[in-house]
Design a protein around this ligand. Structure first.
Ligand code: M6R
Length: 591
């Protein structure tokens, strides 16, 4: 979703901001803007659509400026609505991430004071509130604090101040991080934006004001205006590689990387896992939680905790916590899954669970994220940057970690490591050109179909759901994942001649049910595709079959991979934007 970037230093601000915004593109946006201070003026360029590969820098020279990529919430996708937004006297501009939830009330109040609005974006309300403070004789910095305190919702604002040639920013919810280099300061929504310039970071917490002037930064607590000495807490970023390498798309690169990332995610020692294992052993209830793909990881991990560790684990969706809240106590453990560590629904749920005293253990992929700071303990997925909006490698990293935890709980840490390492080497030989061609051929046969059904059972039920999400995100085709058991209870009514049905089949206790379910749809004319263990390749119920990498206990991982590949090849055949699918943002930082 929206991305913020700020720079003060010695170099060309327009060029650095442009590069920074380019790296924030993966978060999803529909318009962009850059403001710089050029001598005694703020100059702004903005537009709808994608940021061009080059901006007309000749006309813009400056060493200070801010940039923004906008994901429209309030107000349409227009140049006027794009950020940054000017104050009436053009002495400052503001860009914002988040949603001002009380925007209408604030707007009405300001209108009653004769303020006129040019746009219908919530950011303009912030501009006017700051102007109102200045009108009363309060300086820009303090007017910004007072305006910010009137905003409801998760917001982060960044201001470019012409008079004092500085950048101000306040954070509450929406992510913000500082990048530090000698005489240069970067400010961005995530560290991917500036890690080509610096790997030294300073975290910014909610309720903090950042003042950046002449290559130096200061942090203040907005509640008491006290200076916070954070310079001493400069941290180093983990390696972030955003190169596509030999792949045409990040998605394919990230799918193939899974042979390594499932090991990276689980390279923890038993000693490092001990604090979490102890909490889980003492817990009254265990909950797992996440949204979207991370929500399916939460489902799968709860499945492992029940099936392998015999723990009564319950999976909750981040946006559906209402009925659980009264049940949560300080004796409970909540395992939180999030790639970004910034998902608004997830953060809000965790804040509520924390109030109840639950122990929060998070599994996060993005360094320096908010979730890592509000958790009692966190584990990095170490999958490296996941740029494609559709999550692939982080999903399998998360469930690998959940599997390791579940096995460690029953004293089988070493066995789990062995299983992960065996799957990793089997995946290495799985990703061949021939296999990609076979899957692409099957995907090409699906191009003209519109409605698809995926059936799974037991360890493959949530994989059917994640498989469907993966394909719909990139192909825009209607895929639904069901428990095979649900078929007779209603779903079968949808099956007609030619309906594509994908059955996930493993050599486990559910294999017979999966075969029967597939025959049932085949009898009604369905086009049937099997995904699973090689043993079933010749089953007559399947019109096509895609075999998976061999594993005893991690079928969920090996079975999800063909879905990721079908998604990739189907989107490719349809000419869709694979890494940046329509309407989707990588990091969903608003509710
Ligand atoms: O950053 P998170 O893992 O918390 O994100 C959660 C979901 O928004 C995310 O998994 C989403 O469903 C992706 N588009 C999945 O491909």
């Amino acid at each position: 979703m929206c991305g913020i970037f700020g720079y003060i230093g010695q170099d060309s601000a327009p060029s650095i901001i442009h590069k920074g915004l380019k790296r924030l593109e993966y978060r999803g946006y529909d318009s962009w803007g850059i403001s710089i201070i050029d001598k005694d003026k703020i100059r702004t360029i903005k537009d709808v659509g994608h940021l061009p590969e080059e901006i007309a820098q000749k006309k813009l020279f400056s060493t200070i400026g801010i940039g923004h990529t906008r994901w429209a919430t309030h107000g349409g996708i227009t140049v006027t609505n794009a950020h940054p937004h000017f104050s009436k006297d053009r002495s400052f501009v503001i860009a914002q991430n988040g949603i001002v939830e009380n925007y209408l009330e604030l707007k009405e109040e300001l209108e009653s004071k004769e303020y006129e609005f040019e746009t219908n974006v919530d950011t303009e309300v912030i501009v006017k509130l700051v102007e109102e403070g200045i009108k009363k004789g309060i300086n820009l910095r303090n007017s910004l604090i007072s305006a910010f305190k009137q905003l409801e919702g998760r917001n982060t604002v960044i201001v470019l101040d012409l008079k004092d040639k500085r950048i101000l920013a306040i954070r509450n919810g929406s992510p913000l991080i500082l990048g530090i280099k000698k005489d240069e300061i970067f400010l961005a929504s995530d560290p991917l934006a500036f890690n080509q310039f610096t790997t030294e970071i300073v975290e910014v917490n909610n309720g903090e004001l950042i003042e950046i002037e002449k290559g130096k930064f200061k942090i203040f607590d907005i509640d008491n205006n006290k200076y916070i000495d954070r310079e001493s807490k400069i941290e180093k970023l983990l390696d972030i590689d955003i190169d596509k390498g030999k792949y045409a798309h990040y998605m394919l690169k990230e799918i193939v990387q899974q042979q390594h990332t499932i090991l990276k995610a689980t390279e923890y020692t038993e000693k490092e896992l001990k604090p979490l294992i102890k909490q889980l052993n003492n817990a009254e209830n265990i909950y797992t939680i996440g949204a979207g793909t991370a929500g399916f990881s939460a489902d799968q991990i709860a499945y492992y905790l029940r099936k392998i560790s015999k723990k009564s684990a319950i999976s909750i969706k981040s946006y559906e916590t209402e009925s659980y809240l009264d049940l949560i106590t300080s004796k409970d453990v909540v395992i939180v899954l999030s790639q970004s560590g910034e998902t608004a629904d997830t953060l809000e749920a965790i804040e509520l669970f924390k109030e109840k005293g639950a122990y929060i253990a998070s599994v996060i992929n993005m360094p320096g994220s908010t979730l890592s700071r509000i958790s009692d303990i966190f584990f990095m997925s170490k999958a490296g940057s996941e740029i494609c909006v559709a999550s692939t490698k982080v999903f399998t990293s998360q469930i690998s970690f959940g599997y390791l935890i579940s096995k460690t709980l029953i004293g089988e840490f070493n066995e789990a490591k062995k299983e992960l390492s065996s799957l990793s080497s089997n995946l290495e030989s799985y990703f061949t050109k021939e296999r990609f061609k076979d899957i692409e051929n099957i995907a090409n046969k699906l191009v003209n179909k519109e409605h698809f059904f995926i059936l799974g059972k037991g360890q493959n039920f949530h994989i059917a759901q994640e498989g469907a999400l993966k394909i719909k995100e990139i192909s825009y085709k209607h895929f639904e994942g069901f428990a095979a058991g649900e078929l007779k209870h209603g779903v079968i009514a949808l099956i007609e001649k030619g309906s594509p049905v994908i059955s996930i089949i493993s050599n486990d206790m559910n294999r017979k049910d999966m075969i029967s379910a597939t025959y049932e749809v085949k009898a009604r004319g369905a086009l049937t595709i099997g995904i699973g263990d090689m043993d079933f390749e010749n089953e007559k119920c399947f019109d096509y079959f895609i075999d998976v990498a061999k594993t005893e206990e991690l079928k969920a991982i090996s079975n999800v991979i063909p879905f990721q590949l079908i998604s990739y090849f189907l989107a490719k055949a349809l000419g869709n934007n694979i890494d940046k699918p329509r309407n989707l943002a990588k990091s969903v930082t608003v509710k």
